[in-house]
Write a protein that binds this ligand. Structure first.
Ligand code: PAF
Length: 287
């Protein structure tokens, strides 16, 4: 295990991280866990802050999980900025970074995967087959490696948080899942490691995802309840901004992935679109 600063340590093996977490728990401390794929931004750091506020110690994992990427996705070019990430985490008071190699997490003879259910089927699950199988598998493995008391996830990945919560319940995992609000740039763009793929022009264009969600909100506020009509207006706004590769605009009942045609209660508007080389997702709750 290496000591990065006087406070931050970095572990690369399961034995090291598990032993260190268990020792803290044996001394009566609670441990919070923030699983990430690195390329950290304020969104991740807000999860660290939440963990720091609720737990005595915070562990952050940095691992670009190969099993959640499809064959034509961005696994190889996903930004990897470990040194900078560690500096940011040290500044934020993080205690321990877990940065395993691919072979540590998936030895060559690894063969067992989590079979995800209904909450993983539509939306991201439909566009990215196998994605949530990979997410659920790595999160379950990370929970075994880092036996923390609480784990923190961002609301930007709405469906991911549902899949993880369901897995934790269905598998009786002794960990509390905490979902924290999306952190946005000043023009509303949800923070994401994939924003790094955007050129300056695309970066401006990308803010229209949030504008389209705000349009949904204002149409709802002015009495519109038909989600097809709201969706058409959102598509028009996005088309005017030059965003025409929309994977989906979906309306689902809060806390589920059940589609909503007519809004009667809290409804999540979820959007996924491609802007240049980046595939971006975002969501907003109305109702
Ligand atoms: O949200 C992410 O960054 C990843 O999907 C996660 C939860 C770290 C699993 O690889």
């Amino acid at each position: 295990m290496s000591q990065i600063t006087s406070k931050l340590q970095i572990a690369t093996t399961t034995d090291e991280v598990r032993r260190t977490v268990r020792a803290a728990q044996a001394a009566g401390e609670t441990v919070g866990f923030v699983p990430t794929m690195g390329a950290l931004h304020e969104g991740h750091l807000s999860l660290v802050d939440a963990s720091e506020a609720q737990c005595d110690r915070t562990v952050v994992s940095i691992f670009v999980n190969p099993t959640q990427f499809g064959p034509n996705e961005d696994r190889d070019r996903y930004p990897r900025t470990l040194e900078k990430d560690c500096e940011m985490l040290a500044d934020r008071g993080c205690w321990l970074v877990f940065a395993p190699t691919d072979a540590e997490v998936y030895p060559p003879d690894h063969e067992t995967f989590v079979e995800v259910g209904k909450s993983a089927e539509p939306l991201e699950g439909q566009i990215r087959p196998g994605h949530f199988r990979g997410v659920a598998t790595v999160v379950l493995k990370l929970f075994q490696m880092v036996p923390a008391d609480r784990a923190f996830f961002g609301r930007k990945d709405y469906q991911q948080s549902l899949v993880v919560q369901k897995m934790a319940t269905d598998f009786n995992l002794p960990i509390e899942i905490v979902v924290c609000p999306t952190i946005r740039e000043s023009d509303g763009l949800a923070m994401s490691s994939r924003n790094a793929y955007l050129t300056p022009t695309e970066r401006q264009q990308a803010a229209n995802l949030w504008k389209s969600l705000m349009l949904a909100e204002s149409l709802y506020q002015s009495g519109e309840r038909n989600t097809e009509i709201i969706s058409e207006h959102m598509r028009e706004l996005l088309a005017q901004a030059g965003i025409d590769q929309i994977d989906y605009i979906a309306f689902v009942a809060e806390g589920t992935v059940d589609p909503v045609d007519h809004i009667t209660g809290r409804t999540v508007v979820a959007i996924a679109a491609r802007v240049g080389q980046a595939r971006l997702i975002d969501n907003h709750t109305i109702g």
